[in-house]
Design a protein around this ligand. Structure first.
Ligand code: 1GP
Length: 249
C-alpha cells in the first residue's frame, strides 16, 4: 500500500499546508477523545497522528477502532516503541532517529518490527526524525537516550536532513518533543527546507495559529499539534484554518 505517502507527497508538491492532530492513545476517557475527533472533523484536519511514548497495545487497537468509527481522516501511527504497531491504522511513520546515535532507534527496533508490519499489511512512511532541543527535557529525548540537535544550530539540522534524504527517507520530521517550551525556530526550518526536496513535518510546543503560520511560511508542510489540541480542542479549528489559509491562492 502506498496511498498515504502519495497523499503527503502530492500535497507537498502542490504547496498545500496541512494539520495533523496528535492524539495520545492514553487519552483518559472516551469523551475527551470524542471531542478531539469531532473538532478535527469540523476543522477538516488532514491527519490524525496517534502515538505516545508510554502506552500499551490493547489500548492502541481500541483507540483506533474508536477513532475510525468517528472519522474518515487518515490515522497515522507515530510509534514511540515497537509496542505501538497496529494494522488497524492507515499507515505508520517508520521512524529512524537520525539526530541520535542510538543504533536501536536507527535500525534495531526496525528489524524486530519489520515482519510484524509486513504481516499486518501496514503502510510504512520512511521518516528521518530529528529531535531538536526545545528548552526542557521532553519524554522523547529522555526515552530515546539521545542528544537532540541544539536549538540554535540550523546547519546541523540541515546536514542531518540531507543525509536522511540521501539514505532514502521519504519524510523529514523535526520535533521539539511533546510539550516543548519553544517551537522549532523559523531559521532552522528554513535551513532544512533549502536542503531537501521532501515533505517536512514540524511539531512540539505549537499552541496557537500565529506560530503555526510562521512555521508553515518557514517551510513546514505538515504542522503537528498535540498538547494544545487536548487542552483546548477549539484551537484545532483556529489552527487548521490558519494553516490551510497559508496555501490558499
Ligand atoms: C510531539 O510533535 C509532537 O512529538 C507534538 O507536540 O504535544 O507539544 O503539540 P505537542
Amino acid at each position: 500500500a502506498t496511498k498515504t505517502i502519495h497523499n503527503i507527497t502530492e500535497g507537498y508538491r502542490q504547496g498545500k499546508k496541512r494539520l495533523a492532530v496528535l492524539v495520545d492513545p492514553d487519552t483518559p476517557d472516551s469523551n475527551a477523545l470524542q471531542t478531539i475527533i469531532k473538532k478535527a472533523n469540523e476543522a477538516e484536519a488532514d491527519f490524525i497522528f496517534l502515538g505516545g511514548s508510554l502506552l500499551v497495545k490493547d489500548a492502541l487497537d481500541e483507540c483506533i477502532d474508536a477513532i475510525k468509527s468517528m472519522t474518515n481522516i487518515p490515522v497515522i501511527l507515530f510509534p514511540g516503541s515497537i509496542m505501538q504497531i497496529s494494522g488497524k491504522a492507515d499507515a505508520m511513520l517508520f521512524i529512524s532517529l537520525i539526530s541520535g546515535r542510538n543504533p536501536e532507534l536507527l535500525i534495531g527496533s526496525h528489524v524486530i518490527a519489520a515482519p510484524y508490519i509486513r504481516q499486518a499489511k501496514l503502510e510504512t512512511l520512511a521518516t528521518g526524525y530529528i529531535l531538536v532541543d526545545s528548552g526542557r527535557q521532553t519524554t522523547a529525548s529522555y526515552m530515546s537516550g539521545s542528544a537532540p540537535v541544539p536549538h540554535n544550530k540550523p546547519e546541523i539540522a540541515a546536514c542531518t536532513a540531507m543525509a536522511g534524504e540521501m539514505l532514502g527517507q521519504k519524510l523529514i520530521y523535526m520535533d521539539g518533543g511533546s510539550g516543548a517550551d519553544n517551537p522549532i525556530s523559523a531559521k532552522m526550518i528554513g535551513a532544512v527546507r533549502k536542503s531537501v526536496d521532501l515533505p517536512i513535518i514540524i511539531g512540539g510546543g505549537i499552541r496557537d495559529a500565529e506560530t503555526a503560520v510562521k512555521i508553515c511560511k518557514a517551510g513546514a508542510d505538515i504542522v503537528v499539534v498535540g498538547n494544545a489540541s487536548e487542552e483546548n480542542p477549539d484551537l484545532i479549528k483556529t489552527i487548521a484554518e490558519a494553516v490551510h489559509n497559508v496555501s490558499k491562492p
